[in-house]
Write a protein that binds this ligand. Structure first.
Ligand code: GDP
Length: 313
């Protein structure tokens, strides 16, 4: 039995891997590492944890992450903490000679000024959007780090690049969260208080959203079948790109509160779009069925309502 260590194991994506892990239970022993088990900001602790658990595979998801507004307000922490965590995890994985490490980047770290759709090779071709440059550079360096270990030591460290992820177990904090969990929580509160459901910005920006369980399945595919060391974008198709306004409407409808939707245009829109091409993923997986956004939002809201007292918020 091979051991798969998942850093950030109790977050949005780690929890989704746990949800789908049943089908792999005879093959892998999964360890879902969270911040109480080991402080990844500390190298001796990180190395000691790796030595104790001897992972064959590492899925490195741990990061200081957040939505547009958290990134704008905390550029130092987004750069510094992510750099430190990534340096520690990659070094420990190298020393333990793991068979494969998967590191998680994001399409939001790509150059701002770019010809769409984004493809894997564009990653370093220009500065990122100013709203999240701390996070973006920490993740770009993670890719450079993986590439350097592969080149110099023959490691097998591969970067995945998902688009905007959502689903159960997300962070629903009103100020820090990504747009879907933030709006689910805002709509819930608005309905409770009989107040308007206020969406930040104009609602016109476009995004590709990926449901966390789809991403979990894609990650297990990368672990087992993807044999390149070049990064790969994990995203829904380009035609599934959707406006923030439309997402807000789906959420409001699900709460039966669509008459109370308003836009606060004094708030930032962030990047207008970051359309990503999943051509490489589709070359390997032409038939993969991504969850439709209406269903993903509906399932996430059901989970949110059932777990409200205990969610991250
Ligand atoms: P991004 O996809 O990396 O830009 O990050 P987000 O998930 O934070 O999405 C940001 C987009 O959603 C921007 O266009 C925001 O203006 C819009 N948005 C609308 N309301 C909210 C909200 O309550 N929270 C967040 N994070 N974004 C919001």
């Amino acid at each position: 039995m091979k051991t798969v260590l998942i850093t950030g194991g109790t977050g949005l994506v780690g929890s989704a891997i746990k949800t789908i892990s049943e089908q792999y239970k005879n093959k892998y022993h999964f360890i879902y590492l969270n911040r109480n088990d080991c402080n990844l900001m500390n190298y001796p602790s990180t190395l000691a944890y790796f030595i104790k658990n001897k992972p064959n595979f590492v899925i490195h998801l741990a990061a200081n992450v957040g939505g547009l507004f958290k990134n704008m307000e905390n550029p130092v922490q987004m750069l510094e903490e992510n750099l430190v965590i990534n340096l520690n995890v990659i070094k420990a994985a190298h020393i333990l000679k793991v068979d494969k490490l998967i590191a998680c980047l994001s399409t939001c770290i790509f150059p701002d000024n770019i010809t769409y759709p984004i493809s894997e090779k564009d990653l370093h071709n220009g500065p990122p959007h100013t709203s999240n440059e701390g996070y973006a550079y920490s993740k770009r360096i993670l890719q450079t780090l993986c590439n350097s270990y592969n080149k110099q030591y023959g490691d097998n460290f591969v970067c995945i690049i998902p688009t905007n992820i959502y689903g159960p177990y997300d962070n629903f904090n009103l100020d820090d969260a990504h747009v879907i969990p933030a709006l689910i929580h805002k709509c819930y509160i608005a309905k409770e208080n009989n107040t308007p459901f206020i969406v930040s910005g104009t609602g016109t920006p476009l995004r590709q959203f990926i449901y966390s369980e789809d991403l979990a399945r894609n990650i297990m595919w990368v672990l087992e079948e993807y044999n390149e060391t070049e990064p790969i974008i994990l995203s829904t198709d380009e035609q599934d790109e959707i406006s923030i306004g439309c997402v807000a409407k789906y959420i409001a409808k699900e709460f039966d509160y669509d008459a109370y939707l308003e836009f606060d245009t004094t708030k930032s829109d962030g990047q207008y779009k970051k359309t990503a091409s999943n051509e490489k993923f589709r070359k390997y997986n032409p038939a993969f069925n991504f969850t439709k956004i209406e269903k993903g939002i509906s399932d996430t809201i059901s989970w949110f309502k059932q777990n409200y007292p205990n969610i991250r918020k």
